[in-house]
Design a protein around this ligand. Structure first.
Ligand code: URA
Length: 240
């Protein structure tokens, strides 16, 4: 098996991330640094990433209701609470599939399956990601229309999105809007609303494809079953 695939299978990183680790000289096989991306791993080989041996382990998938105030990563150099801290009993090396901002709550999948992760975060996958945003200002058809056509954020146009206005509070001058997108760019939802003059002050992801947060309170998680995982694979059809 090729070294990047082996690392992805072991749940250390996605294949692309694995290539970065190799290029950065952080991967060894039997003590020798790997320089060729095409290197293969044979049975009995000892593979180490950043000095720690890696093993192929059973693939696990968790659905997590991320609370606000938690980082979507495995470690944090400032010692802040991360999503993985909520899984002390899980021995597999799980990590989040994509990320939610520190102050965003909601649905996050964690796994040790690098191939699954690649599929889910592929920029052309068609999985619906549904967010509920409370914004400052009055949302209406006129100011939200650009979101349905695509707006330019960070120099690149977003794919057409759908929305539903859930609540408008003229007294408090704020609105609650559901936004459905397929992409997962950095701070995408906040930036999309900002581009139409509405500042997000509370954000939550309530759905990812066929998954929602039914039965999970913030901080709670459950295992996904095989059916749910294969349904997600089917939903992640990529358009090229
Ligand atoms: N878009 C954002 O702006 N933040 C998130 O956490 C997720 C999507």
């Amino acid at each position: 098996m090729r070294i990047n695939k082996y690392i992805a299978h072991a749940g250390i990183a996605s294949r692309r991330k694995a290539e970065e680790l190799i290029k950065a000289g952080k991967v060894t096989i039997n003590g020798k640094r790997v320089v060729e991306l095409a290197t293969t791993v044979k049975s009995g080989d000892v593979v180490e990433v950043e000095g720690s041996p890696i093993y192929n382990e059973e693939k696990v998938y968790y659905l997590f209701h991320k609370p606000r105030g938690v980082i979507s990563s495995v470690t944090d150099d400032k010692g802040r609470k991360t999503v993985v801290d909520f899984f002390p009993q899980v021995k597999e090396r799980i990590y989040p599939v994509g990320r939610l901002d520190w102050d965003t709550s909601g649905l996050l999948i964690l796994t040790n399956d690098g191939d699954f992760t690649d599929k889910m975060i592929h920029p052309r996958n068609e999985i619906d990601k549904v967010y509920v945003a409370r914004v400052k200002g009055i949302a209406n058809k006129e100011n939200l229309r650009p979101l349905t056509r695509g707006v330019v954020i960070d120099g690149k146009k977003t794919k057409p999105a759908r929305y539903n206005i859930l609540k408008v509070d003229t007294e408090k001058n704020r609105s609650v809007v559901e936004l459905i997108i397929h992409e997962g760019r950095n701070h995408q939802v906040k930036k999309m609303f900002e581009s139409v003059g509405l500042l997000v002050d509370k954000l939550s992801r309530v759905r990812f494809g066929s998954l929602d947060l039914t039965g999970l309170r913030p901080g709670e998680a459950r295992r996904l079953n095989k059916k749910e995982v294969s349904r997600l694979y089917n939903e992640a059809v990529t358009k090229s």
